[in-house]
Design a protein around this ligand. Sequence first.
Ligand SMILES: [Zn+2]
Length: 629
Amino acid sequence: MRRSLLAPTLVALSLFCVAAQSASNPPIRLAVDLSDAPRNIYHTKLTLSATPGEITLVYPKWIPGNHRPSGPIANVTGLHFRAAGQELAWHRDPIEMYSFHVTVPAGVKEIEATFDLLSLDSAGGGGLAASSNLLDLNWNQVVLYPDKVTSDAVEVAASVHLPANWKFGTSLTAAQTSGPDIAFQPVSLTTLIDSPLIAGENYRQIELVPAGEIPSHVIDMVADSPAALAMTPDDITAYRKLVTEADALFGAHHYTQYHFLYTLSDVAGHHGVEHHQSSDNSIGERTLLDPQKHFLDAGLLPHEFVHSWNGKYRRPAGLVTRNYQEPMIGDLLWIYEGLTEYLGNVLTARSGLWTDEQYRETLAATAAMLDHRAGRTWRPLEDTGVSVQTLRMLGSQWQSWRRGLDYYPEGELIWLEVDTIIRKQTNGRRSLDDFCRAFHGGESGPPKVVPYTFEDVVRELNAIAPYDWATLLKERVKATSDHAPLAGISGGGWRLVYNDKPNAFLAALAKEAKVTEVMYSLGFELNKDGNLIDVIPGSPAYQAGLGPGMKLLAVNGRRWSSAVLADALQGARQSRQPIAFIVENGEFFKTYSIPYADGVKSPHLERVDSQPDLLTNIIRAKTGTAAKP
Ligand SMILES: [Zn+2]
């Protein structure tokens, strides 16, 4: 156990030594004018030291948290380089699109780079970064830096100019504030890019720990309406409990303050991106007001918070890079994201943001989806992480066959299994909580990165509870299989069952996304216009010839609706007759006959009385009773 921690610690120390050695370079001065944010243009101006000759400046390409080359280079417009007011010649590298070669004349010591960022891609790439009333600034989108350097070694003095009367939240420390102009204390490029800023006309800050307590934990909220900021007292209590529960779980923290940046908007893109000392969360405007949206998204802040430990502090070696041009390797994302998904959902229940029943219904929906994932027969889970570059922003057509970012949900099932095995092997004396305390806890202090390998994780698990972890985990992530790993559910004292009672999570999701889902009966899902979103290979719909992209027009001779489809499923149960679907495929129409008579199938977890109820123990609060909604 000692050795497993020592080697990564040395790597972490070396990163920080590089930063310390090179801190004498003059800082890059970065000024971002955000006054045009409502029309999604951020004006950026950088002043950098330079030497005569050709220099290469780069735009961040591999973005932490996205795990892929997602820097929005196509949104960089109006680019100019100048020295003493004179335009400098530049050209883009013909191979590396994120590199700019600039010719610096003799005698020049400093150059200025200006460009406009079209803020059309939010932090997660899921939509606009700003609306009329608010903005999200991710510094990686508005900087250039010298090629080949270590980002820890580059110092940046950043400032922003906000639209009039907007307030802001960030984990950066303001050095000077004058109305809409805020200058921040210089930080390394690594810290700057790790510290996004949100701002808006409608702003509210909520303290999550008593005044004066260190580290401080706050929620900074911006919204498209004042009404959307109305977090209920129950939610405030639950988010305070989230902080105490995370502290009880990990036993130490690796930040000096923590900001949950929380954007509520139907205009700006939705995402959650983790950082050491903050998280950038963007969600629907009425999430705090609408119980259905609240249920669907309650896990977001807990998930991103967990990442401060699992992902930022402890990070797979393949995702630790010197700068933003070095490629990342995603083979351990089933730990980075999968364990975070597991712990985030457990903390959502422990803090009272979900009831136990909401936790179980969500877990049942996850398990059912993965158990019907046809692509698992050809694609090992690990390959979904390795392929994050190509999988991340794909559509939903044939997703079951291709697989999506399954390292999140299937990672959750794997870590549930690990947790139940530890509890059984140690007769309930230890649990995955003990692993987290040992692996992610340690000494509290400022942000730092401690890389790990698969072997480090296995070694630490063995220190908690001896078991053949290496074989089990390799089997889970490197092998293909017909079925999802459900041993954590059965080991937890429950089983996955299907019946005609709607699954609460899937019902809320269907209503919110305006889709009709018959995935576990007929084998497809369709949007409100009848377009088939996906069809599961092997399902009755697939066997009959249906595919995503086709459009359902009628069921048993009647114009389709969710109700007509449900009636047909119920009717076939009695009549045992095939159901007839009239389907439009491009310019062509065809009737498909599906022999299916087993009715609606919705997933749930059912208690197995002969087994101890470990699952309920797992989601029980560690710090007193949770305030259940
Ligand atoms: Zn995550």
